[in-house]
Design a protein around this ligand. Structure first.
Ligand code: IVH
Length: 674
């Protein structure tokens, strides 16, 4: 390296250290030392240098928080130590029983407890090696999670390099919760609604959806936070000074990792109960959803003696807050028709404040629920928001009935098109079966043109409703026949808007891909991901329409219910007519055959251990991927092939124990040859 480059390298290192430090001040200590423009200057200088000197760029650089390339799926990863769940307690009586139980197991032992908020998000494990962030995975089933490294890297309050570089464990697994602040969740949903997308049901779903997102740039745009509550494997042994939960919480913080805030050492029942009450009073003020407190034996040695049941530690309990409830009146019940024709009753309530959120509607799911809850229109009702943000009616307060309340009669006819409704065998929902029902058509059209579907710019919910109402669209494919004259006849549609809209429609015909079109059709249970999987197998809609259930079930992630729904969709003559119309209008994307011809290893997972004689690891990986397979790093039950080369490592033994299929280099070469 010449002197100039050495100088640049030193400056880059200086900038990275400074930015990591200011991130820590801002995100962990909540006490910034510099202004936002000053911070931006440092970041811009670093971005500039890394662009000019790509050889000095690094994945641990704080500039990597903007998110890398999208992936098509997550690989799975086995936790080095299982991630257990927690037993729940719903009353002070259960707390008392918990304390009694552990005292009995450890007689004469004086115990402290570490008590901290239970954050309602997604459990994630984050891994550091030599102080650098190297990976992250979700809790999954506790044994195996999904590798979400690229997404977790984008979380702003999580350091990519630990502070105190010389004094951290060589290998450190940190466990914690990824959450989204309630305020940001509300803004995110408002934006989604504006774009005609389905809003998240609650902050937990928003956090989980953002982490399990295949495009890390989208994750980067979401205001996610990671808060640590524990550790997994730490090499070698536990970090020397960490003897208690309190030490872990403070120790992680000193390394730059935010721990769950407001933890406290409590002495016994009274102390914990007081802390619980205090938090319950304050829960509305918390910037994050908290669904209770977690009480943990503080001393790690005592935790070790108490151990685990098959599901949860014996040394901890989650004390849940009661759901937030309020009373109001049920004004009316209205039935809404979705795009699949399902009739959903919705309760309209006198607006009421439930834990800081004004609630004026609640879902009632179906007719049976109204009957089971014995709800009458005009009833005074108890409404609740439990962790979830979608409110529900708990029960009617029958003691307030005056006799003027009225029974709700489920309509026998669709409220939109007046066709007789019917119930499918084994289902509780009533459906409108009229494919041209305006309400269904309207919802179907909104879905068809939505961002994940045909993505027709300028054609949102409002225009979709008008087109249906004015009879310009009587079936979905009619949007491709709209003329300028049709549009100009509509109120508030000017010359320019009409032209733009027609351009967007033509553009969508040209640009639509097969997965988008499959999604747009609105087949029950077929979301974006399933549509993608289907388009990897079938070259066009004709091919998909001919698939039978058995064949569909062979595709990853497609179960019997989804397979049956796809077959039912393509049996329906109206849907076949839609396919025909789309073909005639040129809305007919065809998948390139190249991607299907070589995918005989589709979905198969490979693990390599030991050296190969004739190939490098990268070449072997390339071969697997070219044939549709995937190479992953660790052994688990989902691995299909373990390729054992020279001097294989411990993975081979593990694979043998699990009874996995082990092949040598020659067998691997034969397999790749097809
Ligand atoms: S301690 C051995 N502490 O709750 C398990 N968990 O319902 C130790 N959670 O899977 C977990 N906040 O994802 C712990 N302060 C906290 C927590 C917390 C949220 C989650 C965690 C766990 C789930 C169990």
């Amino acid at each position: 390296m010449n002197n100039d480059l050495l100088e640049v390298k030193a400056r880059i290192e200086e900038l990275r250290k400074a930015i990591e430090y200011h991130n820590y001040r801002y995100y962990v200590l909540d006490d910034p030392e510099i202004t936002d423009p000053e911070y931006d200057n440092l970041l811009q200088e670093l971005i500039g240098l890394e662009n000019r000197f790509p050889e000095l760029d690094h994945l641990s650089s704080p500039t990597k928080k903007i998110g890398g390339e999208p992936v098509s799926a997550f690989s799975s990863k086995v936790h080095s130590i299982p991630m257990y769940s927690l037993d729940n307690g719903f009353s002070m009586g259960e707390l008392e029983a918990f304390l009694k139980r552990i005292k009995k197991q450890m007689p004469g032992k004086d115990m402290d407890f570490w008590v901290e908020p239970k954050l309602d998000g997604l459990a994630v494990e984050v891994i550091y090696e030599h102080g650098n962030f190297i990976g992250a995975c979700t809790r999954g089933d506790g044994i195996t999670g999904e590798d979400v490294t690229a997404n977790i890297r984008t979380i702003k309050n999580l350091p990519l390099v630990l502070l105190q570089n010389h004094n951290h464990p060589e290998y450190l697994e940190v466990r914690g919760e990824v959450v989204i602040p309630t305020k940001d969740f509300e803004n995110l949903n408002a934006l989604k609604i504006e774009k005609n997308e389905k809003p998240f049901a609650n902050p937990r779903n928003a956090a989980a959806g953002s982490v399990r997102q295949l495009n890390p740039r989208i994750t980067a745009s979401r205001p996610l936070y990671f808060f640590a509550y524990g550790i997994g494997l730490v090499r070698y042994g536990r970090h020397d000074q960490w003897k208690s939960q309190k030490d872990i919480s403070e120790g992680l913080k000193s390394l730059g990792i935010a721990s769950v805030p407001q933890g406290k050492v409590c002495k016994g029942f009274e102390d914990i109960a007081g802390f619980f009450d205090k938090h319950m009073q304050q829960r509305k003020e918390s910037p994050f959803e908290i669904d209770g407190l977690v009480v943990k034996v503080n001393e790690l040695e005592v935790q070790d003696s108490l151990g685990f049941t098959s599901r949860a530690p014996r040394w901890a309990i989650a004390l849940k807050f009661p759901a937030i409830q309020a009373r109001t009146r049920l004004k009316s019940i209205q039935v809404q028709v979705g795009r699949t024709g399902v009739l959903t009753p919705v309760a309209f309530l006198e607006p009421v404040n439930v834990g800081g959120v004004i609630v004026s509607r609640a879902t009632l799911h179906n007719e049976n629920e109204i009957k089971a809850k014995d709800l009458l229109i005009g009833d005074k009702v108890l409404v609740q928001r439990a962790g979830d943000v979608i409110p529900e009616i708990v029960r009617p307060l029958k003691e307030y009935r005056t006799g003027s309340e009225k029974e709700f009669v489920f309509p026998e006819k669709c409220p939109s098109c007046h066709t007789q409704v019917n119930k499918l065998k084994g289902e509780v929902a009533w459906r409108c079966t009229n494919i041209s029902c305006p309400a269904r058509l309207e919802q179907g059209l909104i879905h068809f043109v939505s961002r994940k579907g045909l993505d027709i710019e300028g054609l949102g919910k409002k225009w979709a409703q008008i087109f249906v109402k004015k009879g310009l669209v009587e079936k979905i494919s009619d949007i491709f026949s709209l003329s300028k004259g049709d549009l100009l006849a509509l109120e508030r549609m000017g010359e320019k808007s009409a032209e733009n809209l027609l351009d967007s429609i033509s553009l969508s015909v040209k640009n639509v891909t097969l997965p988008r079109l499959i999604f747009a059709l609105g087949i029950r249970h077929v979301g974006e991901q399933t549509a993608k999987s289907l388009s990897e197998k079938y070259i066009d809609l004709d091919a998909l329409a001919m698939a039978d259930e058995e064949e569909l079930k062979l595709i990853n992630d497609i179960g019997p219910e989804v397979a049956s729904s796809i077959v039912v969709f393509f049996k329906n003559p109206d849907n076949l007519q839609l396919l025909n119309d789309l073909k005639h209008k040129g809305v007919w994307p065809v998948m390139e055959t190249g991607s299907t011809a070589h995918d005989f290893l589709k979905g198969r997972k490979f693990v390599f251990t030991g050296g190969l004689e004739n190939l490098t690891r990268d070449q072997a990986k390339e071969l697997v991927e070219k044939n549709g397979g995937r190479v992953i790093g660790s052994i688990s039950r989902n691995v299909d092939f373990v390729v054992a080369g020279e001097n294989p490592g411990s993975k081979l033994e593990k694979a043998r124990q699990m009874g996995l299929r082990i092949i040598n280099e020659k067998e691997f070469a034969d397999l790749m040859a097809g």
